[in-house]
Design a binder for this molecule. Structure first.
Ligand code: XCC
Ligand code: SF4
Length: 645
């Protein structure tokens, strides 16, 4: 039973579609994430501090850093060792998830190269050739298919143990690569770094907490400059380089008179073929026969971002919307691939006619129908899934359909390539605006929703404060959806930006908040930062940049945080990872890393205060570069506003 009622809704989210659906959940007695969170409270204090350990059968152990309880586990591990091991394992799990996604796309490229797929081909031959050159693969007198085969073979080495350095990491400025070499964090093989985390954190292997964390950083870097970057680059090669398009976001994108199919998860392989199948005249005819006016696709989470930026498919919502969108009663099928799909969706779906269709053999869900996806006959599988959804339309109960809001328009789908095109082919206009001070700097606002924090508030308030102060914001993942729903991703939002940023956006016809895609597309931010640094002849940490993950929940976000900071970008988290049990590790991450990587983490739940920390940081970087800058201390720090934390 749902436990959140009345005004309680408004404390949980700033989004009106969320409020409307929480009311329905209450009326119909359907449990949501928020209800289950309430039942978990109070959550375990040891786990929150990071000082519980269950990695061997002498345990589980808990150490009590602030009390009279035990200070060591059975093996003798203290709080530093336990926190470091737990954090390293979080980073490894996150890096493994992104990188395994990258591997799936790479295997698809390999199949294209072998001519073993009915569904995929090379959409961007130029990008394929550029990548081939980076990997030393010759392209002379070769067809795209042959290049794909050779490049895929070569890239597979990135996952193994033959490389001393990941090739894509050489996109980083020389000075950055030297730091990685000096600290032993230059990523080698993607799988190798991940496995080594598991080895080192087994009982009785690496017990030097700094040494554990340095390797965790290396693993994070193997995600950012490896697995995730491969996912992004090859998705562009196979499915197209994203270009800005106008589409819409929130639950209002669902259509009461059409078959609605939700595409949820992260990997665009399947959703691309579903987009194709949904346009098939045969399917449309079938839909009409069942009484529907058409077939409407809508995204959720990062699969949604992938098809939004390449195909203009509208976005139903972010992470916390997955149960709620089923409660509209208008969803015929929720097609899931992997990551961030809460197992509870099948139970919610069982209260409606909605079918949850799982598709990857590595991601099955009790209560879901499973259609095993295989890129070799992807087209056929896409059609089968669309047909199942279409046939389910007749089971819809029209009295239960409730689509609560009107869709919010967004301009989304910037890639570095399309951004350069908007700028006239070179980054110079952007750099000039930064140098003059019209734009003070740029910030990536990224990451998830987390039911412990008011949904979308951190993303939206932080973004507003930044653009008001002439800081360009780039967004990915669920943060992008929050800002889209709030209307910040339209060119008109330039009106709410400061004079400098607003002027630049108006001149270019772009929003002050640029959608760069899914979470693996955070690597587009790395590529942009590296290109700007290389143009200026400095390292990334010299640039007036920052990152923020105001509402993160996922292990993937921890991996992203690790590679972003180790790439030289100061990063603010809205909620802390479980590290507070080790004062040493808190000090290392918030201060010590400055001397190693030129950047640190900070934790600040209040978005107004986070914005000031970022603004001060950016002004410091500007001053160091000799650009016109404010005195950081002249930017006043607001008091904590309880409603915002
Ligand atoms: Fe998942 Fe990527 Fe987080 Fe959203 S932002 S909750 S990871 S879908 Ni990536
Ligand atoms: Fe306890 Fe050490 Fe085993 Fe962890 S590794 S469960 S601290 S004995």
């Amino acid at each position: 039973m749902t436990t959140i009622s009345g005004d309680g809704f408004k404390k949980k989210s700033i989004a009106d579609d969320t409020w409307a659906m929480m009311e329905i959940a209450q009326r119909e007695g359907i449990e949501t994430l928020w209800d289950r969170l309430a039942k978990q409270e109070p959550q375990c204090g040891f786990c929150n501090l990071g000082t519980s350990c269950r990695i061997c059968a002498m345990g589980p152990c808990r150490v009590d850093p602030f009390g009279d309880g035990p200070q060591k586990g059975v093996c003798g591990a203290d709080a530093d060792i336990i926190v470091a091991r737990n954090l390293a394992r979080m980073i490894a799990a996150g890096a493994a998830s992104h990188s395994d996604h990258g591997r799936d796309i790479l295997e698809t490229l390999h199949r294209v190269g072998e001519g073993k797929t009915d569904a995929y081909s090379i959409s961007e031959p130029e990008k394929l050739k550029t990548l081939a050159a980076e990997y030393g693969v010759t392209t002379d007198k070769k067809s795209d298919q042959e290049i794909a085969a050779d490049l895929a073979w070569e890239m597979m080495e990135d996952f193994g143990m033959r490389r001393e350095k990941l090739p894509l990491a050489s996109r980083a400025p020389e000075a950055r690569q030297e730091i990685w070499e000096k600290t032993g964090t230059y990523p080698r093989g993607i799988d190798r770094e991940n496995v080594e985390v598991l080895h080192r954190t087994h009982m009785g292997v690496d017990n030097d907490w700094v040494n554990i964390l340095l390797h965790a950083v290396r693993t994070g870097l193997s995600d950012g400059w490896g697995g995730s970057m491969i996912a992004t680059e090859l998705s562009d090669v196979l499915f197209g380089i994203p270009t800005p398009k106008t589409t819409s976001m929130n639950l209002g994108v669902l259509k009461a008179d059409e078959v609605n199919i939700i595409l949820h998860g992260h990997n665009p392989m399947l959703s691309e073929v579903i987009v194709a199948a949904a346009q098939d005249p045969k399917m449309l005819k079938l839909a009409k026969k069942g009484g529907a006016k058409g077939i409407n696709l809508a995204g959720l989470c990062c699969t949604g971002n992938e098809v939004l930026m390449r195909k203009g498919i509208p976005m139903a919502g972010n992470h916390l919307m997955q149960e709620l969108c089923i409660m509209t009663g208008a969803v015929e099928a929720m097609v899931v691939d992997y990551q961030c799909i809460i197992p509870a969706v099948t139970e919610t779906a069982s209260c409606y006619h909605t079918k949850v269709i799982s598709t990857f053999d590595k991601a099955k869900f009790p209560g879901a129908e499973h259609v095993s996806f295989n890129p070799e006959n992807g087209l056929e599988i896409g059609q089968q899934i669309v047909q199942t959804a279409v046939e389910n339309f007749t089971n819809r109960v029209s009295e239960r359909v409730h689509i609560p809001v009107e869709p919010a328009p967004v301009m989304a789908g910037f890639s570095i390539e399309s951004l350069l095109e908007v700028l006239g082919g070179t980054p110079t206009p952007l750099l000039d605006a930064i140098k003059e001070g019209a734009i003070r700097g740029a910030v990536g606002v990224v990451g998830c929703n987390n039911p412990k924090l008011k949904q979308d508030l951190g993303h939206v308030e932080l973004t507003k404060r930044l653009i008001e102060n002439d800081i360009l914001v780039v967004v990915t993942g669920c943060a992008a959806v929050a800002n889209g729903k709030a209307g910040l991703m339209m060119p008109e939002a330039a009106e709410t930006a400061g004079k400098g940023l607003g002027g630049v956006c108006k001149a270019l016809g772009i929003p002050p908040v640029l959608h760069l895609g899914s979470c693996v597309d955070n690597t587009r931010i790395l590529v942009l930062a590296a290109a700007l640094a290389n143009t200026l002849g400095v390292d990334i940490d010299a640039l007036p940049l920052a990152g923020a993950a105001p509402e993160w929940y996922s292990e993937k976000a921890v991996a992203i945080g690790a590679y972003v900071v180790a790439s030289g970008i100061y990063t603010i988290l809205g909620t802390a990872p479980p590290i507070f049990g080790s004062a040493n590790i808190v000090k290392l991450l918030t201060e010590g890393l400055q001397d190693v990587f030129g950047a640190t983490f900070a934790v600040e739940p209040d978005p107004n205060r986070a914005a000031v920390l970022i603004r001060r940081h950016i002004e410091k970087k500007r001053a160091n570069l000799g650009l016109p800058a404010l005195d950081p201390e002249s930017i006043p720090m607001p008091e904590v506003e309880v409603a915002l934390t």
